[in-house]
Design a protein around this ligand. Structure first.
Ligand SMILES: CC(C)(COP(=O)(O)OP(=O)(O)OC[C@H]1O[C@@H](n2cnc3c(N)ncnc32)[C@H](O)[C@@H]1OP(=O)(O)O)[C@@H](O)C(=O)NCCC(=O)NCCS
Length: 179
């Protein structure tokens, strides 16, 4: 059991480190959508790499952070930040990603709650100046989350045979309360 690392509480979700015993569940959830190029554009997840990610889950290192999305003690998804492939990430810039594993947990506001609290934590506690993310233009739920939270739409990029809608929010736009 991993007892250390970042824990962030939202209104309904808790973002916390993955537990070692959750590796299989995380891997199965990823395998279920491994053929979806809009979620895994550079190929299916590698189990060994995922194991390392569980071990260092909850630690922010070089702009990379993996957290479990938990509701009432139940693992429902993953959220985190990582270096966008092929891009050098400068300090203060974060690239965010989220997936709720089961369709039953989607469309209930949990994704919005998770992204809101992670952004808040990144701006308040991790020196974020700007948070970016992309999603397939055909993903209305993810685009809805960004739009509800005040991310700006920055245009469409084609990569890996997918059209990606790019979004970003700055510290000034987020209105971080200094308290
Ligand atoms: C994308 C994802 C994280 C969004 O989280 P969510 O909890 O489902 O989204 P929310 O319920 O917070 O919805 C936010 C807004 O998006 C819109 N929305 C949500 N689901 C939608 C859908 N199926 N169709 C159209 N719009 C939708 C709505 O405007 C909603 O706001 P409202 O409920 O106030 O009207 C989640 O659906 C998911 O994990 N999907 C599968 C993996 C994925 O696509 N990850 C992103 C890859 S970049």
């Amino acid at each position: 059991m991993n007892n250390s690392g970042v824990v962030i509480r939202g209104e309904r979700v808790v973002l916390r480190p993955f537990r070692p015993e959750e590796l299989d569940q995380w891997h199965s959830a990823r395998m279920a959508s491994a053929d979806d190029r809009t979620q895994f554009p550079v190929g299916p997840p590698d189990p060994e790499r995922l194991c390392e990610r569980v071990e260092r889950s909850g630690e922010l290192r070089h702009g990379t952070l993996d957290l479990a999305v938990d509701v009432d003690g139940r693992l429902i998804g993953e959220i985190g930040t990582y270096a966008e492939p092929g891009r050098e990430m400068r300090p203060g810039l974060f690239f965010l990603s989220i997936a709720l594993f089961r369709p039953q947990d989607r469309g209930r506001g949990l994704g919005t709650d998770a992204v809101r609290v992670l952004c808040d934590w990144l701006f308040r506690s991790a020196g974020a100046e700007r948070i970016e993310s992309s999603t397939a233009i055909s993903n209305p739920a993810m685009r809805g989350v960004f739009e509800k939270l005040g991310f700006g739409f920055e245009g469409v990029k084609s990569r890996w045979d997918v059209d990606w809608a790019h979004y970003a929010v700055s510290r000034e736009q987020w209105n971080v309360d200094p308290s």
